[in-house]
Design a protein around this ligand. Structure first.
Ligand code: NGQ
Ligand code: ZN
Length: 458
């Protein structure tokens, strides 16, 4: 399938360009040329920016957004939130999983994301049994991405223990666990589904965390696939760092640097709590940090040392993790604000005096997100997926500022309201800020969550 677009303004690698023709074939960009004339068959738009990769999602958690914001009976923190999340996932069957994922993915698209890395760990039935197809729930996520039109990188998660030292999983974790053979089977089946899906963009391997994966299983796990993304949750909570130190004498990121070795295949999700030494070494490894600023704020994780990390040349992408609120511009904004609040300064992630903070954030998250998801090229250039966001050029906030300030106006002032159209693999999936199947997806989601709440009381 060939498609062609003409943009009055497009954000290409290097910056804003005018009169850009973009041609795609089978969902990939074959050319993106500035300073040319439109052809009659071109679809014409005013302002285009690349779609952002969302490198970390647990789609099912979208359905508990707003349901965990009441103070609990004892300490209310990440660990009590996690217990609530375990109770929440208990009753979900395959149809609910797919309906919720489709709802989350439609919302991601409206928010300006065009690929998701689904860090998928709910593999088993509510009783802890195996589905007839052990990859049933992974396949439901691939199907949800296909039906909503979102690019999908499936990251099946290996989960075997409740904490450092290989303690057995708790009953709240029984839907997550697998042995190596069962996991290899899930990976194979998920790989076939991704390959067969029009929007399948890759397959990785995700050891859940050093808490959930005993060290002797990490090497055989990584050896299941000689290439492709490797994602792991690391150093999100202070208690996790302390427990890791007590267990091994090393902090989680140190442990990964020393015992496993990190390289650009790796994405360390969160990596919140780093020493200066870890910050430099993580940056030097070429791995990506998978920052999820909105969820990290919601869960009370702490603040990633982004200024030092970027100064050391570190790479990062953004993820929406719990999907509490979906906004591509909003993740970038929250990242900058987390730094401003701790450093009591402004524009701390801009690379130089006079440089745009929004542009720096967007460029870095495009590159780092594409690396972490193994997408090959990032941004509007040949070889990359034909994914872009058309900003609402008629919105007063954009109409009243010049090109040089559009990214900052979008990221810091407008957010999702600035999104007019979203195009993935050359197809328009969001128009006027609304997903093309919004009503049907909402109706199915409402029925699914209604069923969940009746099931969980019975
Ligand atoms: C998750 N979420 O797997 O959904 C985790 C909580 C854990 C975040 N880390 C569970 N934000 O880390 O043990
Ligand atoms: Zn996560």
């Amino acid at each position: 399938v060939e498609r062609s677009f003409f943009f009055e303004h497009a954000f290409l690698p290097g910056g804003w360009r005018r009169n850009v023709r973009l041609e795609s074939q089978n969902g990939r960009i074959v050319s993106a040329r500035p300073d040319v004339r439109p052809e009659p068959q071109d679809r014409r738009e005013r302002i285009a920016v690349p779609g952002l990769p969302n490198l970390h999602s647990h789609a099912f958690q979208r359905a508990m957004a707003g349901l965990a914001e009441r103070r609990g009976p004892a300490d209310d923190n990440f660990w009590s939130w996690r217990e609530a999340m375990y109770r929440f996932v208990r009753a979900m069957g395959p149809d609910e999983v797919q309906a919720i994922a489709a709802y989350a993915y439609a919302d991601m698209l409206e928010a300006g994301f065009t690929t998701v890395g689904e860090f998928h760990y709910v593999h088993r039935t509510p009783d802890g049994g195996a589905y007839a197809d052990p990859a049933e729930l992974a396949l439901r996520h691939v199907a949800a991405a296909e039906e909503t039109g979102l690019g999908m990188v499936m990251l099946p998660v290996f989960y075997a223990a409740s904490t450092f030292g290989g303690a057995p999983p708790t009953s709240g974790q029984k839907r997550f666990i697998a042995d190596l053979d069962a996991f290899a089977d899930i990976v194979d089946r998920a790989g076939v589904a991704v390959r067969d899906s029009r929007l399948g963009r890759g397959l990785g391997i995700a050891p859940h965390s050093l808490r959930a994966v005993p060290p002797q299983l990490l090497t055989p796990l990584i050896q299941l696939k000689p290439e492709g993304p490797l994602h792991i949750h690391a150093a999100e909570q202070v208690k996790e760092v302390e427990d890791c130190l007590a267990w091994s004498g090393l902090r989680p990121v140190e442990w990964l640097l020393e015992r496993v070795g990190l390289d650009p295949r790796w994405c360390l999700v969160h990596a919140t709590h780093l020493t200066e030494d870890e910050t430099r070494r993580l940056a030097a490894s070429g791995a990506a940090a998978g920052l999820c600023p909105i969820t990290e704020g919601n869960l009370g994780d702490g603040t990633f040392p982004a200024v030092a990390y970027l100064e050391a040349g570190g790479r990062f992408g953004v993820g929406t993790d719990s999907n509490i609120q979906l906004d591509a511009a909003g993740e970038l904004r929250q990242l900058e604000y987390s730094q401003r609040l701790t450093l009591r300064a402004r524009n701390v992630l801009a690379p130089a005096s006079g440089a745009s903070t929004g542009q720096r954030l967007l460029e870095a998250a495009l590159e780092g997100g594409a690396q972490a998801l193994g997408l090959g090229a990032a941004g509007l250039r040949p070889g990359a997926p034909a994914d872009f966001v058309v900003l609402d050029a008629l919105h007063t906030d954009l109409a009243t500022v010049g090109e040089d300030n559009w990214l900052d106006a979008w990221i810091f002032a407008l957010g999702r309201r600035g999104v007019d159209k979203v195009v993935v693999s050359g197809e328009i999936v969001v128009d006027g800020g609304r997903h093309r199947a919004r009503d049907a997806i909402d109706a199915r989601y409402r029925a699914a969550v209604a069923k969940l709440s009746t099931e969980s009381v019975s």
